[in-house]
Write a protein that binds this ligand. Structure first.
Ligand code: CA
Ligand code: CA
Ligand code: CA
Length: 511
């Protein structure tokens, strides 16, 4: 076949032979005709144009029932010119009893193959494919290639991912289907793949609101508005839908939904390292909030969340104007802060209040990642200082005396805890009326050993480790880069006294 085409370009002059080759081997000939160089064989002007011819190739058996995802290739030939483009359309003839869409318009393409995913929601469907080649004079094949296809689509099914079902939540919750579709797999009986699943769909008992989410590891999130103000025992129904529009039988789950308390404070326990340090931090924040805001605390313990999801954090954070988030002495992020960026930004955007205590948020371990400039703005941070190694992580030192201006509270304190690894950021706060340094090292008081012990690292400007910042609309933030959940001084709960003052400074509790 290639030799026949090459003869056409290189000197074969027998039109009859050429026509026979073109008819028999439309695909290959088309490609080579386009590759021919007119300067080698100038084409004489045409007295009259003859229309092109269209041809269709189905991958597999064109007469058997096909999967709703169908590969086709096509070609065209023109006896006195060349094919420059194609037009095709799919016409629905039967949708398993559902009404078909109106006949669509023609699609123009220069491609000669494609894979089509056809809507077949009821297991079977029938479509007609029509193809028209168009020649270089713009004339369309008057006899389009046409074929009717019988298509099949197996309905997918789903279960809930084991270990992800809640028993009690706020009206913000995410469900994680584990779907399967026989059509996704080369073996139709093993039901082991979900690549064809495109949508997760959920709705609540007694509600007509449908929540659709793109299929994937993030699951499908029910935001507060989905509950329509009705709490207590609720039942969710979840379905998965494949790319041919076929849906699974719904599965359901019933659980307890509690409304958020009035003026609630979301305490995000994102401290997970275990041992004394975590136990002490966990207790400090809970004690401090309960002492000044009884009944307002809702704990979101990151360790107990089945899967971390951005949409889930956004939904949960949307229920609160007040957020306390701590990683404290953890040196590895859970990933939660990364996923909560948009949710935290939204809290502040509606005039809310955030107290964040973390050595992972900025600098080397930047949980805020590409959004760090944005969050520096939100927390009133101008600069994050680096040590001699280039890292922003400094170890806490028992030799330090930290200056404090949180009043009433400590004018200064010393760290008490041993065994902390490099976790603390030192930064320069914004120098403006909206920003106030809360904890800091005066010039020359932050001293750390270096590899060259004759030249210790010494701060030549004030090093802040705590800052308060006011934003427009009444929003307020407090950020601490050291673990205030751990004891300071003589461990008589002075750190909890500081946290209580920080809750006031952040606007989370009243003066
Ligand atoms: Ca022609
Ligand atoms: Ca399917
Ligand atoms: Ca914890």
């Amino acid at each position: 076949m290639r030799r026949g085409a090459r003869l056409k370009c290189g000197g074969e002059r027998n039109p009859r032979r050429w026509a026979a080759v073109a008819t028999a081997t439309a695909v290959v000939v088309l490609g080579l005709v386009l590759a021919c160089d007119d300067s080698i064989e100038p084409r004489p002007p045409k007295g009259s144009n003859r229309p092109p011819e269209s041809a269709l190739v189905v991958f597999g058996d064109g007469l058997a029932v096909q999967l709703y995802k169908l590969g086709l290739s096509w070609s065209g030939s023109d006896p006195d010119g060349r094919v420059t483009e194609f037009r095709y359309r799919w016409t629905c003839l039967d949708l398993g009893g559902l009404p078909c869409d109106p006949v669509p318009g023609w699609v123009t393409t220069t491609a000669t193959r494609d894979t089509f995913t056809l809507y077949a929601p009821r297991g079977s469907a029938r479509y007609r494919f029509e193809l028209v080649a168009v020649d270089d004079d713009g004339v369309a094949d008057p006899t389009p290639a046409s074929q009717v296809f019988e298509l099949r689509n197996t309905a997918p099914f789903t279960v809930f991912t084991p270990g992800t079902l809640p028993t009690r939540t706020l009206p913000a919750v995410t469900f994680y289907p584990q779907p399967a579709d026989a059509d996704s797999s080369s073996d139709p009986d093993d039901d082991d793949a979900a690549a064809s699943i495109v949508t997760y769909r959920a709705w609540l008992d007694g509600s007509t609101t449908i929540i659709d989410a793109p299929a994937g590891p993030s699951g499908v999130t029910l935001r507060p508005e989905a509950f329509e103000g009705r709490y207590g025992m609720r039942t969710v129904f979840v379905q998965v839908i494949d790319d041919g529009g076929s849906w699974s039988e719904p599965i359901q789950h019933t659980w307890q939904v509690d409304s958020a308390p009035p003026d609630g404070i979301l305490l995000v326990d994102d401290c997970r390292q275990g041992g004394f340090l975590e136990t002490r931090s966990d207790q400090s924040y809970r004690n401090a909030i309960d002492a000044v805001a009884p009944g307002r605390r809702v704990v979101l313990d990151v360790e107990t969340i089945a899967r971390l999801s951005q949409a889930d954090f956004e939904a949960t954070l949307s229920l609160f104007q007040h957020v306390v988030w701590y990683t404290d002495a953890d040196t590895v992020s859970s990933g939660a802060l990364e996923l909560a960026r948009a949710g935290l930004d939204a809290v502040l955007g509606r005039g809310g209040h955030v107290l964040l205590t973390s050595g992972l948020a900025f600098g080397t371990r930047s949980a805020f990642g590409a959004d760090e400039p944005r969050f520096r703005d939100l927390f009133g941070i101008e600069t994050v200082f680096r040590g001699p190694t280039g890292s922003t992580n400094f170890a806490l030192s028992l030799e330090d005396t930290v200056q404090a201006v949180v009043t009433p509270g400590l004018p200064q304190f010393r760290f008490l805890s041993l065994g902390l690894r490099a976790v603390m950021e030192c930064f320069g706060s914004r120098q403006d009326a909206a920003t106030r340094s809360l904890y800091f090292y005066p010039v020359g008081t932050f001293v750390r050993a270096t590899a060259d012990s004759s030249q210790p690292f010494v701060n030549t400007e004030p090093f802040d480790i705590g800052v308060q910042h006011e934003l427009t609309g009444g929003a307020r933030t407090v950020f601490l880069s050291f673990p205030i959940g751990l004891p300071v001084n003589d461990n008589t709960g002075e750190n909890e006294a500081e946290i209580r003052e920080l809750l006031r400074l952040a606007g989370i509790v009243g003066p």
